[in-house]
Design a protein around this ligand. Sequence first.
Ligand code: PGA
Length: 254
Amino acid sequence: MRKQIAAANWKMNLTIQEAEILIDKLVSEDSSLQSNQTTIYGVPFPYLSIVLSTLEGKNKGFAAAQNCSERNNGAFTGEVSAAMLRSMGVEFVILGHSERREHYGENSAMLVEKLNRAFESKLKPIFCCGEPLHIREANMHNSYVEDQLKETLFNFSGSQLNGFIIAYEPIWAIGTGKTASTQQAQEMHAHIRTVLANHFGSSVSDSISILYGGSVKASNAKELFGQPDVDGGLVGGSSLVADEFATIIKSLKS
Ligand code: PGA
C-alpha cells in the first residue's frame, strides 16, 4: 500500500529558536502515525541537524532538505550535495519546487541530474510539478504537467520509481490562499497516475504517493486527502503553525 504523507515545506522561514519550538511542539503531540503514514519536515539546511536529532527514535517523521546540488562535489561554493545530506542522516529531498524553477532557473535537464545525485546517494526525492495560472486558464494543464514528468521521470526506470513521491502543486494555489478544488486535485492526480501507469506499469504507478500542494490548511486537508488519488500534502504556510500542521497530519487517510 502506498504511503500517505504530510510533508512540511518551511521554505526560508523561522529563526533556529522558532524552529526548535515548532518541531518540539509537533513531536510532543499525542498522536502516533499508522504504519502507512509518514510525516516529513522540509527545513532549511542549517536546521537539519536539530530536526534530525529531535525526531530520532520517536516515530514522528523524517527530515528533508529543500534542494540539493546537481553536482557530486568540488569547487561549487554555497552548494550542498546529496551525499552530504545523506551522510548526516537526511532521508528526503524536495526537488523541482516551482519556486526553484522560477527563481533559480531549474529546468528539466538540471532536475534529471539532481534526481540522479539523489538516487545515487539513496536520498528519496519529493518531486514537484504543477502548472502556472495562464496554462490552467488555457486548459493546457494536463499536457503541461505530463511534459514535466516525461522530461524528468521518464529518464529513470520503474524500479527506481517504486514508492516514489510526487507533489502536484498548481502554482496559482501556492501561498495565495487559493486551493485547487478537491475535484481539480483529484482529476490531476488521476491524470498523473495514468501517465505513469502507461509508461511504467500500474504496479509502479500504484506505489507512487502523489501529494497535493497549494494552500493546504487544517480546514481543507481532510477533504483533499479523502480523494482516492491524493495521498497527502506538501504544506508551506500552514506547516509553520504547530496546531495547523498537527491537524493536517491527523487528516491523512489511515
Ligand atoms: P503553501 O505552499 O502551502 O504556502 O501554498 C506549498 C508549497 O509551496 O509547497
